[in-house]
Design a protein around this ligand. Structure first.
Ligand code: SAH
Ligand code: SF4
Ligand code: F3S
Length: 467
């Protein structure tokens, strides 16, 4: 495999900034500031990408709106992980015909993982004529140039080159999450789990240089960010493509030595690569939040093999035991797929048993969704839909009971929580393990670490008061 990652030269990003300036001149010439609406689907990587899209749009002189009808530019950053996600996006893009009719000249862009799927791009080309610009994750760094081309010439623009992927440093960012921040440490995925579209749309695994990652974290810490999440599809392969021996445990340790009052989190870990060394580094790093998201996908070793996950049920359970031995109060969350093609009733029972045994704090449960071009999409799938749905409900009910019990165990405890925002029910905070705490209080608390005593709980969240 070619381990050389294409690094976009700084001159190329400088050129993109020139396109931003040219568009900004056009924006400044208008009587009112133009507005952009960025809609994001999917995972944290996509949210992080949307912060870059907003960074570019900001540099182009756009302000932001949350109303499609007002926007001069609409950017829809899509997700391809499951059928349901794709249907939602296409439904919303379809509805934009009307918005555009009301606001002639409105520009509609579709980007992200769905756009990188050839059959989806074709469908947009043929059946969604209101869409002006389509580009995949590989082309995100050249968004200003694409938009400029659209603004200055006639016709629609498609940039869907399939490539192994590149790394671009220096794209401007408009962060979206108050005192919490994403830091992408790597892009792409090499694992090819047999059900998953991500490696096809996000390209090969490639790591940012540790100096660049650490410099970004240092900047965030100095700016007062309190909760920093290192992002990658499989952070445990970080550095494998670099020539300086960097690895994820080393990166986490170095990040933990950066001065400042902040917590470090990371997502996602693959059980085949999560190492004892990483667990020990976490245990020894006071800034590493006591939370581990370790997707298991299935409790059956036979199904795991068919999923190409490359670990067994036993290996997974050993890792959980190793992690809990080192960090007893670790909050453990996971992902699981119900109804993988060929999963039998007995194999599903093994998933239930694993959930019963591990007692996760929270679980993200997904019904298998066939993705075009992945090996699992063409496997025989004899289990009726109704049976899969019933299994799904049983699993959700089991986890609800466990989540409720695990949350009840917090009652009376006092924890240092980050007050991170508010919603219609009041203030929200996060425990070190990232469990949601609701509390009442003034907005001045937002952005602060505060000691909270837990006074209530249910299956979704905790309630706390200032200690
Ligand atoms: N890189 C991460 C996961 C990214 S996708 C990891 O390996 O853990 C998030 C979750 O979506 C996966 O963990 C999996 O549970 C689920 N998922 C992915 N593809 C799916 C599919 N085709 N059908 C149903 N769920 C899927
Ligand atoms: Fe998909 Fe597997 Fe890669 Fe995760 S590790 S993104 S599930 S292929
Ligand atoms: Fe979806 Fe792409 Fe993330 S497919 S889950 S947005 S990597």
């Amino acid at each position: 495999m070619n381990r050389e990652t294409t690094r976009i030269p700084p001159e190329a990003i400088a050129r993109q900034r020139e396109f931003c300036e040219k568009i900004a001149e056009r924006s400044a010439a208008r009587s009112t500031q133009p507005l952009a609406f960025v809609d994001t689907y999917g995972c944290q990587q996509n949210e992080a990408d949307s912060e870059r899209l907003r960074g570019y749009l900001d540099a182009m002189g756009y302000a932001f709106t949350s109303q499609e009808a007002q926007a001069d530019v609409i950017v829809i950053n899509t997700c391809a992980i499951r059928e349901h996600a794709e249907q939602r996006v296409l439904g919303n893009v379809g509805a934009l015909v009307h918005t555009k009719r009301q606001k002639p000249g409105q520009i509609i862009c579709v980007c992200g993982c769905m756009a990188q799927e050839p059959h989806v791009a074709e469908k947009i080309k043929q059946s969604y004529r209101q869409v002006d610009l389509v580009f995949g994750p590989h082309a995100l760094w050249r968004f200003p140039e694409l938009l400029y081309r659209l603004l200055t010439r006639r016709g629609r623009v498609f940039d869907l080159a399939d490539e192994p992927g590149s790394i671009a440093e220096g794209i401007p960012l408009v962060r979206q999450r108050g005192v919490k921040a994403w830091v992408s440490i790597m892009y792409g995925c090499n694992n090819f789990c047999s059900y998953c579209i991500v490696p096809y749309v996000r390209g090969r695994e490639r790591s940012r240089r540790p100096e660049a990652v650490l410099a970004e974290i240092r900047e965030l810490a100095e700016a007062g960010y309190k909760d920093i999440t290192l992002l990658g599809q499989n952070v445990n392969s970080y550095g494998k493509d670099l020539d300086d021996g960097a690895d994820f445990a080393g990166l986490l340790q170095a990040a933990g030595e950066i001065p400042g009052d902040f917590l470090l989190r990371f997502m996602t870990s693959h059980p085949k690569d999560a190492s004892q060394r990483l667990f020990e580094t976490m245990a020894a790093c006071p800034k590493a939040a006591p939370h581990f998201h370790l997707p298991f996908q299935s409790g059956s070793t036979r199904v795991l093999e068919a999923m190409n996950r490359r670990y067994t049920r036993e290996r997974y359970l050993e890792q959980v035991a190793a992690l809990r031995a080192l960090i007893p109060d670790i909050v453990l969350t996971s992902d699981v797929i119900v109804g993988f093609p060929g999963e039998t009733a007995a194999e599903f029972e093994e998933t239930l048993q694993l959930v019963e045994q591990v007692r996760f704090d929270a679980l993200f449960t997904f019904l298998f969704s066939p993705r075009v071009g992945t090996p699992a999409a063409s496997l025989p799938d004899p289990m009726p839909k109704e049976e899969k749905a019933a299994n799904f409900q049983r699993l959700v009910a089991l986890q609800d009971k466990i989540s409720e019990e695990r949350h009840a165990a917090y009652l009376g405890k006092t924890l240092r929580c980050l007050v991170d925002g508010s919603d219609e029910k009041g203030l929200t905070a996060r425990t070190p393990g990232n469990r949601l705490v609701r509390l009442t209080g003034g907005p001045e608390l937002i952005g602060q670490f505060r000691e909270l005593t837990i006074t209530g709980s249910n299956k979704w969240s905790l309630t706390g008061t200032l200690a």
